[in-house]
Write a protein of this length. Structure first.
Length: 390
């Protein structure tokens, strides 16, 4: 048993995933670059080869290094997972988790509000393997059981939805899936383990884009797949068979970023609410899609299952022209324009929801905001200056 088991998450963030009990050790594990691992005897090599899927067993660089195993250990403790596999990006985490949990002939249910790349993979790649994809209302909750077939094997969903921020009933979906032996895969990037640990709510697999809050500095591309005992090895073997792995520098950046994750998440929680509350009272705004507000779909599920909110939310503005929307976005000085989020900088990006099982009825433009670590008064001043342009 780890000395950090059942320890407060802040202690795990600081002390787990690095060396202990050795004088003269580095605070941060060094960047480890290597492919070939040498052994003194053939027997030692064969032992390592036979254990190549085990985290902590050094066999060949693609299967992991001491530094990457440190990172997997840390994420396991944060998520309360049986095992964690690190991959090259958040998209890789999503796609490889789905590949590892499905086979030809399966029926997979996917929430209608998922990240665009998740939908693209399901429609363009997973479907070609003989897997049938069906999209469902993300707020279905336990009633999703009515969509299960004899060959339904996976439910893929997000908390919250990408761009539109509906919060699903995680416990209800997980409960229905467990009754039928269906695996649940949840994208937990938005909340991180600081604000929610989905495995404790009954979810089987949690995926993260580590380029968001975990890395925290908009520089490292890495993904995480945290699993229960039942789901871990099939997915890990799929990752190894595909040959995906993060670079040594990305492992280092993620380990570094995790040390301050709790502090950063609590900062963006406060800053995000402050800016979102101000926007809510603006005449240009129809609706702010932020879970702390009771009119955000799934607010009660967020309040029940989460201990905080990220700094990412959506705003529906009153109908306007495309030129005016572009002028508004371009005129913002404190908000960068770019994909991704979760770094130290504030971002803005118009988004267009794609729905096939449900409908998106809002008439005005939807704009996503990521609130970073700038002075919130300065962010509000910037918005106040630009909003009349809409």
């Amino acid at each position: 048993m780890s000395k950090l088991e059942n320890s407060p998450i802040r202690n795990i963030l600081v002390h787990s995933g690095r060396e202990s009990g050795k004088n003269g050790r580095l605070v941060n594990p060094p960047i480890e670059i290597g492919s070939t691992i040498l052994f003194d005897t053939l027997a030692a090599f064969e032992t390592a080869r036979d254990r190549r899927y085990e985290s902590g067993n050094v066999y060949y660089g693609r299967y992991g290094t001491p530094a990457s195993f440190h990172l997997e250990q840390l994420m396991c403790e944060l998520e309360g997972a049986h095992g964690c596999t690190i991959v090259s990006s958040g998209v890789a985490a999503i796609t490889l988790a789905l590949l590892g949990a499905t086979k030809s002939g399966d029926h997979v249910l996917v929430a209608d509000h998922v990240y665009g790349n998740t939908r693209s993979f399901c429609d363009q790649v997973l479907s070609r393997t003989g897997v049938e994809i069906e999209y469902y209302d993300p707020l279905a909750g336990e009633a999703i059981e009515g969509k299960f077939r004899d060959n339904t094997t996976v439910v893929m969903f997000e908390a919250p939805g990408s761009g539109t921020f509906e919060f699903p009933d995680i416990q209800g979906i997980a409960k229905a899936a467990r009754r039928k032996g269906v695996i649940t895969i949840l994208d937990g990037t938005w909340a991180t383990p600081i604000f929610c640990r989905p495995l404790s709510l009954g979810v089987d697999v949690v995926v993260h884009s580590g380029s968001k809050y975990i890395g925290g500095h908009s520089d490292g591309m890495i993904g995480f797949i945290a699993c229960t005992e039942k789901t871990h090895m099939p997915i890990r073997k799929t990752v190894m068979a595909v040959g995906d792995k993060p670079g040594a520098q990305e492992v280092h950046l993620a380990l570094r970023g995790l040390r301050t994750l709790d502090l950063r998440m609590r900062r963006v929680h406060d800053a995000g609410i402050e800016v979102a509350t101000w926007l809510r009272n603006r005449p240009e705004v129809v609706k702010v899609l932020h879970p702390v507000f009771d009119d955000c779909p799934g607010h009660d599920y967020w309040r029940r299952d989460f201990s905080g909110a990220a700094g990412l939310f959506g705003v529906v503005f009153k109908p306007t022209t495309d030129d005016k929307l572009r002028h508004f976005v371009d005129s913002l000085q404190m908000f960068g324009i770019g994909v991704s989020w979760g770094g130290f900088e504030s971002l803005v990006l118009p988004v267009k929801p794609l729905r096939t099982a449900t409908s998106w009825s809002e008439k005005g433009p939807l704009v996503r905001f990521n609130i970073g670590f700038e002075d919130t008064a300065s962010l509000i001043d910037d918005l106040e200056r630009a909003l009349p342009l809409l």
